[in-house]
Write a protein that binds this ligand. Structure first.
Ligand code: SAH
Ligand code: SF4
Length: 371
């Protein structure tokens, strides 16, 4: 199912794998560190900019690897604080990477906190009823290089305008694995990608500032609990009982709450981190006070933080977000019990920033243009 490009992406190689490859082809292994400097600190756009490498080595790299596995199709900027990059892959598939800016008082736009939302698959196999990403099923997994390169694209964009980039740091503050796709359904690639992002020779980005969100693949959550990387975990709960969750998330049939919740608890205990429960509020589906009370009990038991997200309408789907009063009443049930809860004032609605929507629109427009 993985698209096999003519050349693998160099951004999918670790320092070790690159060293081995170089040595196997008669190049000194220490060149690997110079190459990763160019890739992750200087973020060059051509092989020829790697000026401390010999011409033959640069030619070998160009023959062996893809330097840019993703290309810009468009950037959509909203009036608020969200930018969306639509990227095209080697097989013409489209993915989305979102930059969410949280303005801080007293500092300019330049210094606002930035969270980058990355995709892990083209489409998604999980079939959640409310989500644009899953509407047309899974097309394919992204490779580790394609996942890492989304962040390189963001860095390059920001390099041109932020002073922080000059210090060779990643010019953002948090990464959320919450774009298109189910990350734990592409486990090896996402772990490899985030290992590269985290490595000192890579983007050097702290794992504590990376949050991976999953619809609840229980065996993979247990596997993640054993990883040394130290990621944060968010669970897309969206229903506080099997009855409600099952209606909107087919994955709940395979992994019901009695299996999911203990796995989440195990993750929190093994990793020593508070987990976040994401709960989209959808009118008359999961927004009753009974659901709020059950969610409160689950969160209390797990010592989890709850992130309430008013539903973002998706063209062609019947679901709606509840009124503000209803959202607030729901949140109050949790807050009054001392549960840590935030009610998200959603950003990016204006530019279709919700999961998968921009890609779907662009694909539909392409199909219309072709027919
Ligand atoms: N597949 C993973 C990560 C990607 S989805 C997961 O499901 O967790 C990221 C988040 O966006 C999930 O919590 C998902 O439920 C939510 N989401 C999907 N469609 C949405 C919509 N229309 N409005 C608001 N949130 C949505
Ligand atoms: Fe896939 Fe997540 Fe969308 Fe569900 S919510 S279809 S798991 S991307």
């Amino acid at each position: 199912m993985l698209f096999k490009p003519a050349q693998p992406s160099i951004h999918g190689e670790t320092l070790d794998s690159l060293t081995t490859l170089l040595q196997e082809h008669g190049h000194p292994g220490f060149r690997a560190r110079q190459i990763t400097e160019w890739l992750y600190k200087k973020r060059v756009r051509t092989w020829d900019e790697m000026t401390n490498l010999s011409r033959p080595l640069r030619a070998w790299l160009a023959d062996t690897f893809e330097l840019d596995p993703t290309a810009f199709v468009l950037t959509k900027q909203s009036e608020d604080v969200t930018d969306k990059l639509l990227l095209e892959l080697g097989d013409k598939s489209l993915i989305e990477t979102v930059i969410i800016r949280a303005p801080q008082l007293g500092v300019g736009q330049e210094n606002s906190r930035k969270t980058i939302c990355i995709s892990t698959q083209v489409g998604c196999a999980m079939g959640c009823k409310f989500c644009a990403s899953g509407l047309e099923g899974l097309k394919r997994n992204l490779s580790a290089g394609e996942i890492v390169h989304q962040l390189i694209q963001v860095c390059r964009q920001e390099d041109d305008r932020t002073p922080r980039a000059r210090a060779e740091l990643a010019s953002f503050d948090n990464i959320v694995v919450m774009g298109m796709g189910e990350p734990l359904h592409n486990y090896d690639a996402i772990i490899r990608a985030l290992t590269i992002v985290n490595a000192e020779w890579g983007l050097g980005f702290g794992a504590r500032r990376i949050t991976l969100s999953t619809s609840g693949l229980v065996p993979k959550i247990r596997q993640l609990a054993e990883e040394p990387l130290g990621l944060r975990l968010a669970i897309s709960l969206h229903g506080a009982t099997d009855e409600v969750r099952e209606q909107i998330m087919p994955v709940n049939k395979k992994y019901p709450l009695k299996d999911l919740l203990p796995a989440v608890k195990e993750f929190a205990q093994k990793q020593g981190r508070m987990v976040t429960l994401e709960f989209i509020l959808i009118e008359e589906v999961n927004d009753s006070l009974d659901q709020a009370q059950k969610l409160r009990d689950i969160a209390w038991d797990l010592h989890a933080h709850v992130n309430l997200i008013p539903y973002n309408t998706v063209e062609g789907l019947p679901w709606k977000r509840p009124s503000l009063t209803r959202q607030e009443k729901f949140a109050r049930v949790l807050a009054d019990a001392g549960v840590s809860v935030t009610l998200r004032r959603e950003k990016g609605h204006a530019i279709d920033a919700a999961c998968g929507q921009l890609r779907l629109k662009t694909e539909k427009a392409r199909e219309a243009a072709a027919s």
